[in-house]
Design a protein around this ligand. Structure first.
Ligand SMILES: NC(=O)c1ccc[n+]([C@@H]2O[C@H](COP(=O)([O-])OP(=O)(O)OC[C@H]3O[C@@H](n4cnc5c(N)ncnc54)[C@H](O)[C@@H]3O)[C@@H](O)[C@H]2O)c1
Ligand SMILES: O=C(O)C(=O)C[C@@H](O)[C@H](O)[C@H](O)COP(=O)(O)O
Ligand SMILES: [Zn+2]
Length: 357
């Protein structure tokens, strides 16, 4: 089974190809992009341990000269220091203009490799080969690439679209259960922000997703990518609509920052952030308790946290101030109106503190 979608961005349009066993076809799937032979594949030891031999063989068979560069596992790879090491690797691999940088891994690898692709020689072709649910449904699509600043998430980055996204569903079979659950948080996000029918589908098929049923995973990845592709095609650089993809992230990113990017997976932080946003919306009288409970139940069934940890208020408030949706010092959040519909609206610090304490 395979599905194809297009992210429609004029000359920066690209395909998302999703199916099982695509890794061994990657070389041939990239042939039409007219890339130079040398390429730099960025990954980490865990993912490369599983999938580098297959990818390397496929790339070589198609005439590429692939070089592998490994970054540390986890969020600590999203730093300028790691990016600098990747520039050295790009130089050593002979990455000239027209030669690709490829990301083989989860959202962390995709974000840092994409940041390097956006900046090396002022931009070389970038290929996303996502291997987590989170990266297949969200991080590999849409062109947000970044590293973290110690004080805030993704503060150093760019909008830089990939030339192709190749999502091999078979790679999800080796994903640890915690990562499956974390990825489902961003999937549930799509249901809340723009597709109540998809939310209901997830209520009916959650166990299939948790158990790695390929049919369910394929539906989830394709539907999520279709929704994200639609938003990105209409607002590539987040001048308005795209901000709805940030549902759960104002508070989620602040939790990640104050816990040193180490205590929670990104998806876990987003799960807690979505519930806090829903509670804030209930407090305003714009979202129902009943729908909040549906969201909480679905996240809990997915094994995700819904209540925020105790945080030091001053550090938390400082972290909130680094949210990219802040305008002239005014915090803005994505709040639900009903399942399938949200709005981006100014919020006060008092309102946020009232739902997190
Ligand atoms: N650019 C975007 O639009 C966007 C969107 C959402 C999230 N993100 C970013 O993505 C990151 C989170 O991504 P993530 O959840 O994929 O985390 P991750 O990249 O850290 O991967 C999670 C873990 O799974 C391992 N792994 C990856 N693929 C595997 C596989 N197939 N088998 C076994 N292990 C595997 C990794 O080594 C890691 O330990 C965060 O930094 C977040 O900010 C970016
Ligand atoms: O693609 C987007 O736009 C998103 O907001 C998707 C988010 O899931 C993702 O975590 C993104 O990296 C957050 O962006 P940021 O601009 O808040 O750093
Ligand atoms: Zn996210």
């Amino acid at each position: 089974m395979a599905g194809e979608l297009k992210v429609d961005l004029g000359e920066r349009s690209y395909k998302i190809i999703c199916g099982s066993g695509l890794l061994k076809q990657t070389g041939s799937l990239l042939k039409n992009l007219d890339l130079a032979a040398p390429c730099l594949v960025v990954s980490n030891a865990i993912v490369a341990g599983h999938y580098w031999p297959t990818l390397e063989q496929s790339l070589k068979a198609a005439g590429f000269q692939p070089h592998l560069a490994l970054v540390p596992d986890g969020e600590e790879a999203k730093t300028l220091k790691v990016a600098a090491e990747l520039y050295d690797a790009a130089l050593a691999a002979g990455i000239e203009r027209g030669a690709a940088i490829m990301a083989l891994g989860g959202g962390v690898v995709g974000d840092v490799a994409g940041f390097v692709a956006a900046t090396w020689l002022r931009g070389v072709p970038f290929i996303q080969i996502p291997t987590t649910i989170l990266a297949q449904v969200d991080a590999s699509v849409g062109g947000k690439v970044a590293v973290n600043h110690p004080r805030g998430k993704n503060l150093i980055g760019a909008f830089y679209q990939p030339a192709a996204v190749i999502a091999d569903l078979a790679t999800l079979a080796t994903l640890p259960p915690r990562e499956v659950r974390a990825g489902l948080a961003e999937v549930i996000k799509y249901g809340v922000i723009m597709d109540a029918g998809f939310f209901a589908y997830l209520e009916d098929h959650l166990e299939g997703a948790l158990n790695g049923e390929e049919g369910v995973l394929e539906t989830i990845v394709l539907r999520s990518c279709a929704l994200k592709a639609e938003i990105v095609s209409r607002d590539e650089r987040e001048s308005g609509l795209r901000a709805i993809l940030n549902f759960g992230h104002t508070i989620g990113h602040a939790v990640e920052a104050v816990t040193g990017f180490a205590a929670y997976r990104h998806g876990e932080a987003v799960a807690m952030g979505m519930v806090a946003a829903a509670r804030l919306a209930v407090r305003r009288g714009m979202f129902s308790e009943e729908e909040t409970n549906r969201l909480v139940r679905l996240l809990q069934r997915a094994g995700l946290p819904v209540d925020l940890p105790a945080v030091e208020p001053a550090a938390f408030q400082a972290a909130l101030g680094h949210d990219k949706k802040v305008r002239q010092g005014q915090l803005r959040m994505v709040l639900p109106e009903r399942l399938g519909r949200v709005q981006v609206t100014p919020v006060s610090l008092e309102e946020i503190m009232a739902v997190i304490c």
